[in-house]
Design a protein around this ligand. Structure first.
Ligand SMILES: Nc1ncnc2c1ncn2[C@@H]1O[C@H](COP(=O)(O)OP(=O)(O)OP(=O)(O)O)[C@@H](O)[C@H]1O
Length: 937
């Protein structure tokens, strides 16, 4: 049997004309519950619509609240669920009604005020919790959490053991007072998605749902815990895109809104026609509203309409829908929290001697006896899966109930009606509610499991019963963990649950939300620990996440994630300071730290070519002439992790260089022999894809690649093998470069000073470095000092803009090559850069450096900055002397025209014989040579 009171209550509200609208009389309220609307097809006729209440434009928020909403809110204190939702086309006043303005608050603030008022004056200790979320483009977002700019962070909708819908992972705030709520609510409203459309300046682009849960223990009577819920919903308005003139973004939102509202129409239709399938699942909004539409919640729909002829057709559609919705019948029940319900001990007692209870049960609630007549929605209910009738209020007091604490109680303020006889076991009413807390969930699972057992066997074994009792005991002592609960599931349920988690995990993984995917995979594994593949996948995912984190931290430290090294003969020796380079040696000389500063032995990627293998990239190129080096290299190529230890890292594909990518995509290190052109193009692609500057300069006039001089602002490095040295020597001999400068610049791999320099150069800059005051100060006194000087792909525009910004002090500059070198050298005590503790000025530093390098007895051994400059300059000179435009253009910042000019000058004036000529030839005014180098490198 249904009662009219259980139908959805439909209230209509017509908003006033806005200033921009022309008033007319096409929509008017006749009496309190009749709306007269001009027929859009035949304006000479009117159509009348009947609702529970109708409110015209002049009726204020307070009136509507008092008359229709207040009584519904009061039912929450009877353990009921109530839902109020506003429906209507865009701009019809839904948000105004539900949210209101500061001057004239809407339903939400008023309801909360009422709840706290009630709490204050009632004898029970009410626990009030609130959650607030929106459904935006079919994704649920927690409004109490700041919006993720990436648009990720959607929450899944789930069904609990008792088939109750809930949003997983939604935050629930415990609220102490109205002021507390207001603070949170105002902030949360700011998180909701709104946008301006042609029909509404502040159009809501999502459905927003505020849920208030009021829970209390009836410690004056039955000792049971009850829970009432109030859902206040502001639906997004349906939109006619021709009228809103929505752009692409708004269109996407609008189509999601319209679609969910269309499903809402279908749900109402199906409920009214008694269809076997109600399409709740076809949209998130209807799924969430399931309880309010034909469920066990009390529902009220406020239909908002815009006045005026312009909206007549929309108004008609809305009102037709609302009329249909009036027929939807809900079956409200009071929700008792399972904890205090029919315990296993009770059940055991029944099974042992008191006879088995029947399936029907009554859980009823009466309104408050404290005078709130409106709240007296006492509904006693006999509930079976096939019996959905609702009996008269208070019809079934527990006459013969023998369970402890379950007899019908009447106390001063509230009366609860318990299961009516010893022949009855509790209904599943109390289970049909999402239980956000684990303890609640655990209780539900226990109870659900018990029902299942009941169905399977008439007499459950004592052993099982005792187990359940044990679990209940653990439960009440809060000793139960989730694995014990999982243990209670049947294998089929476990599998099903596991699949559910897996599905979500895969979706998240596809979306790139790896961390949440991992959590979901782990959940899935809990239910299906036998899935070895899943375990392996989780391990892989964990690695992937670790690498991603590392990568992003590298990025945030400004460290280049790509390094290129042309491996020369005895390269390992050259870099590591000896033979094939043992691990110990590497560790000792710090080189390991440079190329493998990741503690993860898998560092360098899993080599599966899936693009996740980001890490320092070493292109192994060139000829290995010494057997030792060749062997070391082969070892490195064969085993990525061993390679990493040996200073030759595993590789990863370089996206836009196809040949390189395919060579490197396969697991393990690949030996890549590259010609100059392909190397350059690979590097070029790296610099664009990683958005890092990177460059490489051919180190000699000879055919073979011998010097790789790569640098970035934060991690410059130089690698030169012996043939580089001999090339330099040859050039000195042939007087192509001044011997005086270069002789002392020999990069002797066995020289400790050179090794120290390399180490210093190769160590990445740490965040502490960046915070270091001196470091920053020193940075700032460089004119041309930053990585941007190295960015060449934009033809220098970005470089100039950034450099300009930096000079003006707007962009915190990063340390230039020179600064870094000096800092490193200083840190390593290779050169003393302080004067009685006071940092030296730039001039002092430079003179000090050159003085020391000249006067020190170990000057031959030490590599001063000037010497270092010279090496680089020598390379620049070689490039210019080559007379090839392309090579000259490789000097950063030199465009084609300029390169041609330089080429002409080389042709007419001959090769450059002295570094100082660089200044004149390149016309770098007011720059020290090193600055030229900076642009060059
Ligand atoms: N009863 C009312 N009294 C005064 N102004 C109102 C009333 N109802 C609506 N308005 C005004 O009408 C405009 C549109 O209202 P509102 O934003 O609430 O519409 P909506 O139905 O929520 O639209 P959307 O679905 O696009 O979010 C607002 O400027 C609002 O202030």
């Amino acid at each position: 049997m249904t009662t009219p009171g259980n139908k959805i209550k439909v209230v209509c509200r017509v908003r006033p004309f806005l200033k921009t609208e022309k008033a007319d009389e096409s929509v008017t309220v006749e009496h309190n519950n009749v709306l007269r609307v001009t027929n859009p097809r035949d304006p000479t006729k009117d159509v009348k619509f009947n609702f529970d209440s109708c409110y015209g434009p002049k009726v204020g928020q307070e009136t509507i609240y008092r008359a229709d909403v207040r009584p519904l809110v009061e039912t929450v204190f009877s353990g009921m669920s109530a839902t109020v939702f506003c429906y209507g086309v865009t701009g019809a006043g839904k948000t105004y009604t539900i949210q209101g303005s500061e001057a004239d608050p809407g339903i939400i603030p008023r309801a909360m005020e009422q709840i706290f008022m009630h709490k204050k004056h009632d004898a029970f200790d009410y626990d009030v919790r609130v959650s607030y979320y929106e459904i935006y483009k079919e994704t649920v977002f927690d409004l109490f959490k700041p919006r993720d700019s990436s648009g990720s962070g959607g929450l899944p909708i789930r069904e609990d053991a008792s088939r109750k819908i809930f949003v997983a992972g939604l935050s629930e705030k415990r609220i102490n007072s109205f002021e507390h709520f207001d603070l949170l609510y105002q902030k949360a409203c700011g998180n909701r998605r709104t946008a301006s459309t042609k029909l509404n300046n502040h159009s809501s682009r999502s459905h927003a749902i505020l849920t208030v849960q009021v829970q209390w223990k009836d410690d004056l009577g039955s000792g049971k815990t009850w829970c009432g819920r109030l859902h206040l919903i502001d639906l997004a308005g349906s939109e006619d895109n021709r009228r809103t003139e929505n752009g692409r973004d708004r269109m996407a939102e609008s189509s999601a809104i319209n679609r969910s509202l269309f499903v809402l129409g279908q749900v109402v239709e199906a409920l009214n026609t008694g269809a076997s399938r109600i399409p709740y699942r076809d949209s998130k909004m209807t799924r969430i509203l399931q309880d309010s539409l034909g469920g066990d919640s009390q529902g009220m729909m406020i239909v908002n309409v815009s006045p005026g002829e312009a909206f007549l057709q929309d108004t008609h559609n809305t009102l037709n829908f609302a009329t249909k919705s009036r027929e939807v019948v809900n079956k409200p029940v009071a929700h008792e929290v399972v904890e205090q319900r029919w315990t296993a001990a009770d059940r055991l007692q029944h099974h042992r001697g008191m006879g088995r209870p029947t399936k029907s049960a009554v859980v009823a609630a009466s309104g408050t006896a404290s005078g709130s007549a409106a709240g007296s929605v006492g509904v006693a209910k006999r509930r079976r899966s096939d019996d959905m009738d609702i009996s008269e209020p208070n019809e079934s007091p527990a006459a013969n109930d023998q369970r402890p604490g379950l007899s019908g109680q009447t106390n001063g303020t509230r009366r609860r009606i318990s299961p009516s006889s010893s022949q009855e076991c509790p209904s599943d009413n109390g289970l049909r509610r999402p239980m956000p807390r684990q303890a609640d969930f655990v209780q539900k699972v226990v109870s659900a499991k018990f029902h299942e057992m009941e169905q399977k066997s008439e007499t459950a074994s004592n052993e099982i019963m005792e187990r359940v009792m044990r679990i209940e005991k653990q439960l009440s002592n809060k000793q139960l963990d989730s694995s014990a609960v999982i243990d209670l599931f049947t294998p089929a349920t476990k599998l099903k649950t596991s699949r559910g988690w897996l599905k979500h995990a895969r979706e998240l993984e596809q979306k790139g939300d790896l961390e949440r995917a991992l959590v979901h995979y782990e959940e899935a594994l809990k239910y299906a620990p036998e899935l070895n593949k899943l375990e392996a996948h989780i391990a892989k995912l964990k690695n992937k996440i670790r690498r991603q984190k590392r990568r992003s931290s590298l990025k945030s430290h400004g460290e280049a994630n790509v390094k290129v090294c042309t491996q020369q003969k005895k390269s390992a020796a050259s870099v590591n300071g000896g033979g094939g380079g043992s691990n110990n040696e590497n560790a000792a000389n710090g080189h390991k730290k440079t190329v493998d500063n990741d503690p993860d032995p898998n560092h360098g990627g899993d080599g599966d070519g899936d693009g996740d293998d980001v890490g320092p990239l070493w292109l192994v190129d060139g000829l290995a002439e010494s057997p030792g080096a060749e062997k070391a290299k082969r070892r490195a190529l064969a085993a990525p992790s061993a390679g990493a230890k040996n200073g030759v890292n595993a590789s990863r594909p370089v996206p836009s260089s196809a040949s390189l990518a395919s060579a490197l995509a396969k697991p393990g290190m690949k030996r890549v022999k590259l010609g100059d052109a392909s190397k350059r193009s690979a590097l070029a692609s790296m610099s664009t894809t990683t958005n890092k500057f990177f460059n490489i300069t051919e180190g000699s006039v000879h055919d073979r690649r011998r010097l790789s001089f790569g640098t970035n602002s934060l991690n410059p490095f130089v690698v030169g093998g012996d043939d580089f040295q001999s090339d330099l020597q040859k050039q000195i001999d042939s007087k192509k470069v001044p011997a005086a400068k270069l002789r002392t610049a020999k990069l002797d791999s066995k020289s400790t000073a050179a090794a120290r320099l390399r180490r210093a150069l190769q160590e990445p800059v740490t965040p502490d470095d960046r915070r270091d005051k001196d470091f920053v100060l020193y940075k700032n006194d460089h004119e041309s000092d930053s990585e941007d000087d190295f960015i060449g792909s934009d033809g220098g525009k970005k470089t100039k803009a950034k450099a300009k910004g930096r000079r003006a002090g707007r962009v915190p500059g990063s340390l230039g090559v020179r600064g870094l070198l000096e800092k490193r050298l200083s840190e390593k005590n290779t050169l003393d850069l302080s004067n009685n503790g006071r940092p030296l000025s730039r001039t002092e530093r430079l003179s000090d450096v050159s003085a020391k390098s000249k006067t020190s007895p170990a000057a031959e051994e030490k590599l001063s900055l000037d010497q270092f400059n010279d090496i680089c300059l020598a390379s620049a000179v070689q490039m210019i002397n080559s007379g090839e435009v392309k090579k000259i253009m490789k000097l950063q910042g030199i465009g084609k025209r300029r390169a041609e000019q330089i080429q002409a000058s080389v042709q007419s004036a001959g090769p450059i014989h002295h570094i100082s000529e660089l200044k004149t030839r390149l016309q770098f005014k007011n720059k020290i040579i090193f600055d030229i180098l900076s642009t060059f490198a």
